[in-house]
Design a protein around this ligand. Structure first.
Ligand SMILES: [Fe+2]
Ligand SMILES: [Fe+2]
Length: 202
């Protein structure tokens, strides 16, 4: 039972540690969303890490999409992959802008998921015959797996960006998200309107 005299504090002095100088942030709105670095929150660090991951994935796709276009049988599918290659290069550039807005240098961190998806895509090419529609069915399947990974990633990251107050970053991520969804739809249309039937007849 140690009841010190202090415990009986006189109402007014109820302060827990009256911090000597809380004037450092006196200017108020000083929480620069742009320049987040060392003292970042756990969520901020996690977010930054995931941006590195999707940056790696996008760069990997810049290498992979030309191979997919080359391997495709139908000119429509070739065009779809080639067009998305152009967009994907934009996605890389946008992420570099995101790093800049976050106050970091662009840095890639190996994305095991995209590594696996692209490896599977490569083996799909090997396992199907050149010049067939079955090859195209396989390429569409592989392509959509990559797109869905991107859709999940960008959707989630845009939401986290909003939570962190990075509205500008969220908008950039959502622009890319929209293009990933459109590509996914293009691939679905190709499968449904021609490629799958052609392959069924082989
Ligand atoms: Fe992308
Ligand atoms: Fe994509």
């Amino acid at each position: 039972m140690s009841t010190t005299a202090n415990n009986k504090s006189t109402g007014a002095a109820h302060s827990h540690a009256a911090s000597p100088s809380k004037s450092n942030t006196a200017t108020g709105r000083n929480k620069s969303a742009a320049g987040s670095k060392a003292g970042d929150s756990k969520l901020e660090e996690f977010f930054h890490d995931e941006i590195k991951d999707i940056y790696w994935a996008e760069k990997k796709l810049v290498q992979t999409l030309p191979k997919m276009a080359k391997a495709a049988t139908s000119s429509e599918l070739k065009n779809a992959f080639t067009e998305h290659l152009g967009q994907t290069k934009e996605h890389v550039a946008r992420l570099e802008h995101v790093f800049e807005l976050l106050g970091h240098k662009p840095q890639a961190k190996k994305c095991d998921a995209m590594k696996g998806i692209t490896e599977e895509g490569a083996s799909i090419i090997e396992d199907t015959e050149d010049g067939t529609s079955t090859r195209d069915v396989a390429l569409i399947l592989a392509g959509q797996k990559a797109e869905h990974y991107e859709i999940a990633t960008y959707g989630g990251l845009a939401q986290i960006a909003r939570t962190l107050g990075h509205q500008d970053v969220a908008k950039i991520l959502e622009t890319t998200l929209k293009e990933e969804k459109e590509t996914d739809q293009t691939l679905t249309q190709l499968a449904e309107t021609s490629v799958n039937n052609d392959a069924g007849a082989e």
